[in-house]
Every structure is written in structure tokens, then in C-alpha cells.
Design a protein around this ligand. Structure first.
Ligand SMILES: C[S@@+](CC[C@H](N)C(=O)[O-])C[C@H]1O[C@@H](n2cnc3c(N)ncnc32)[C@H](O)[C@@H]1O
Length: 272
């Protein structure tokens, strides 16, 4: 396991993922969230890893500096401001912090993270959850543990599936998880966009599982003409409330403001 999210925290893909995640949370009001690949929870943008890539400069720094950003980004901007109480932009919240701070009392969050350092940071980042929100952080395989837990009734459940895609079997394992979803569970899945063949093949296999609803959003920050690089990212919503309007606005803004020539955002409803 080589992937370290600290290099990429607050980049265009995080902005798209996290703004859409917050829109889903507001519409769904889940009783339980299972974060299959939780990461460290909170990232130091002044740290060596973040400074080495400079990705946050081209992502969250532009978002926070923008005036007149569409309303759909308001909760992400507020969450970033909350983790920087002295002003400035030193810290960026990962999905665990964003979810836990958005949950209502009585709801629960479980984050799974295999990397020992990231897991220790995750536990620290979530040490003081809002009153009444139950939090677990576990150094376990997120695919296996989420599948095991969704098999038992946990009420309205949101699965966030955000693998590093550094292993060849990540697509297979995501599809095994979606095939096992019960009707009370929905999934928001993040994917890299390198070439359209891989993405379309994934979507076709997902459609063949006949989920009650399915929506696919893309942020292309570069034309898809070089499959060896990350040209964008996608967020696929399975059996979740329809937030396509908000998702479309997020993808269009990220492509327009954080992308290069030929960038575009799009959202497509495939079922439901
Ligand atoms: C893209 S990052 C997660 C970012 C996080 N979801 C966020 O939005 O802030 C992926 C994380 O998954 C972890 N990981 C890799 N394979 C895993 C597995 N099978 N189960 C749980 N965690 C895993 C990596 O160590 C890495 O920290």
C-alpha cells in the first residue's frame, strides 16, 4: 500500500467528491455512514506532502478565495473554515471529519483505514465528535467490513467508497460491494477518469446489477486523450436521493475553475 492521500488532499477531485458528499448527506440524512477508505481525516496543507505536489493550491485554495461560488459549495467552505478557526488555510477536512460533523445526533459513522499511520491520524481527527454522534475508526479492510455490516440492518445507510485504485482488483471489489447492497443502503463511489473505456465498462457492469437508481457524474479537467494520466474523476451514486442538480453545478464549477483547456463537467442519470 503506497497511496498517501496527504499528497492530494484538497485537490480538484477532493473538492468535487466532498461537495457532492455533503449534498447527499443533506438530502439523505443517513442513520449510518460506512466510509470504506477513510484516510487520515484531517490534512495539514503546510506539511511536506501537500507542499510537494501543490495540488491544494490549485483546488481548495481557489475555492476558498472565490467570491460568488454557487450555493452548493457553502457547506464545504463552512467546513473548511471550521477546521481553520484562526483563519488562513492550513487544514483540510477529509471525508471522516466532513461526515461526522454533518451527522444528526443518534447517527453513527464507521471509518475503515488499513494504513497504520493514516489510521492513527484518523482516530485523532475524530477524537471529539459532536454530541450524540457515534464514531468508530477501525484498521480493517473497508470492502469486507462494509459488506459484513450492510448485511445487518443498520437503518438508512450511506456507503462512501473511495479506494486509491492502485490495485488491479479495486473495480472488481467495488462491484462486489454494490451487488450486495440492501434496499436501505446507497453508495457514493469515487473513481479516477483516465480513459472512457474503463469508466464505461465499469458503468455497464453496474447497470447490469439493476440498482433502483444510478447516476454518474464526471469532472474532466483535461481531454481524455492520455490514459496514462488522471484526466479527471467521477462520482457514481447508487440508490441515493437524486441530487443531480447540485452535482451538475459542482462538476461544472470544478471543471470551469480548476480545469484546463477542454475541461468539462457532466452528470447523467442511468436509472431511477
Ligand atoms: C483516497 S484515500 C481516502 C480519502 C478519504 N475518503 C477522503 O475523502 O478524505 C484512500 C485510503 O484508503 C486506504 N486503503 C487502501 N486500501 C484499503 C482497504 N482495502 N481498506 C481500507 N482502507 C484502505 C489508503 O491507505 C488511503 O488512506
Amino acid at each position: 500500500m503506497n497511496y498517501r492521500h496527504a499528497f492530494h488532499a484538497g485537490n480538484f477531485a477532493d473538492i468535487a467528491k466532498h461537495a457532492i458528499l455533503l449534498a447527499v448527506l443533506a438530502a439523505m440524512k443517513p442513520e449510518r455512514v460506512l466510509d470504506t477508505h477513510a484516510g487520515a481525516g484531517l490534512y495539514d496543507l503546510d506539511g511536506e506532502d501537500a507542499r510537494r505536489t501543490g495540488e491544494a493550491e490549485l483546488g481548495v485554495a481557489r475555492l476558498m478565495a472565490d467570491v460568488g461560488t454557487p450555493e452548493v459549495f457553502a457547506s464545504l467552505k463552512a467546513a473548511v473554515a471550521r477546521v481553520n478557526p484562526d483563519g488562513g488555510l492550513r487544514w483540510y477536512p477529509g471525508s471522516p471529519r466532513l461526515v461526522v460533523d454533518a451527522l444528526a445526533p443518534g447517527a453513527s459513522y464507521a471509518g475503515f483505514e488499513l494504513h497504520p499511520d493514516a489510521h492513527a491520524q484518523l482516530a485523532h481527527a475524530l477524537r471529539a465528535p459532536p454530541k450524540g454522534v457515534r464514531v468508530e475508526t477501525l484498521k480493517l479492510d473497508g470492502y469486507d467490513e462494509a459488506a459484513r455490516r450492510t448485511a445487518a440492518d443498520g437503518g438508512r445507510t450511506l456507503l462512501l467508497v473511495d479506494p486509491p485504485f492502485e490495485r488491479a482488483d479495486d473495480y472488481e471489489r467495488v462491484l462486489a460491494l454494490t451487488a450486495a447492497l440492501n434496499p436501505a443502503t446507497g453508495a457514493l463511489i469515487w473513481l479516477p477518469l483516465k480513459d472512457l473505456e474503463t469508466f464505461d465498462a465499469f458503468l455497464s457492469r453496474l447497470e447490469a446489477q439493476r440498482p433502483p437508481s444510478l447516476s454518474a457524474a464526471q469532472v474532466r479537467i483535461k481531454p481524455l486523450d492520455n490514459p496514462m494520466r488522471m484526466n479527471g474523476c467521477a462520482l457514481v451514486a447508487v440508490n441515493l436521493p437524486d441530487v443531480d442538480g447540485a452535482t451538475g453545478t459542482v462538476c461544472a464549477w470544478v471543471a470551469d475553475r480548476l480545469g484546463g483547456p477542454g475541461a468539462r463537467g457532466l452528470v447523467e442519470r442511468l436509472a431511477g
